[in-house]
Design a protein around this ligand. Structure first.
Ligand SMILES: Cc1cc2nc3c(=O)[nH]c(=O)nc-3n(C[C@H](O)[C@H](O)[C@H](O)COP(=O)(O)O)c2cc1C
Length: 168
């Protein structure tokens, strides 16, 4: 083994599943962020965690609103995910710009995204300061899946996104 910087190591973590997360401002206007850093954390009660940079507009919305919806985008949603991951909701309306369809959630204020494979409605139950990001722990209060089956979208490093197939 050869010793390298930590940033050099992270270049080798891909492919990484990508999620889209919605949150709302105090007037109910929704925003979308693309995240690579998310994980399930508990079956019972059902919980997950996301790590959001403190400079992101979504960080403000999630820490104030204490709710979010986490969704799995499909393989074909590369352009929409990249847009949500490179533009801030402080300046643009990402639903309008990407054409993604907001669908009212049942248990939280942030909306579902109709084009995604899965949507999970979450209530924030904990926050952990982890340097320049905050981990938000969310309790999943409602989950839905799309009628059609599809492949998830992965980050392949940098701005490369795509599907992942079993090899061999
Ligand atoms: C593939 C991909 C993965 C990303 N993963 C994360 C992440 O895990 N955490 C994070 O805070 N930002 C992540 N980002 C960056 C945010 O999506 C980006 O800064 C976004 O513009 C923030 O939007 P907002 O200001 O509207 O919240 C990622 C971006 C891309 C394209």
């Amino acid at each position: 083994m050869r010793e390298v910087s930590v940033s050099e190591v992270w270049k080798r973590k891909y492919p990484e599943p990508v999620v889209l997360v919605t949150s709302v401002d105090e007037k109910g206007k929704p925003n979308i962020i693309a995240l690579g850093w998310s994980m399930p954390t508990s079956f019972e009660p059902p919980m997950l965690a996301i790590s959001v940079g403190k400079t992101r507009y979504s960080h403000k919305l999630i820490s104030e609103g204490k709710e979010f919806v986490l969704a799995f985008p499909q393989e074909g949603m590369k352009d929409e995910v990249l847009y949500c991951g490179t533009h801030s909701g402080r300046k643009v309306d990402k639903f309008k710009e990407t054409g993604l369809t907001a669908q009212p959630a049942k248990e939280v204020r942030p909306p579902l995204m109709e084009e995604c494979l899965v949507n999970m409605e979450c209530k924030v139950v904990g926050e952990l300061d982890t340097g320049d990001h905050t981990i938000f722990a969310g309790r999943i209060v409602r989950a839905s899946v799309s009628e059609e089956e599809g492949q998830r979208l992965y980050s392949l490093g940098g701005e490369r996104l795509g599907g992942v197939r079993e090899s061999g």
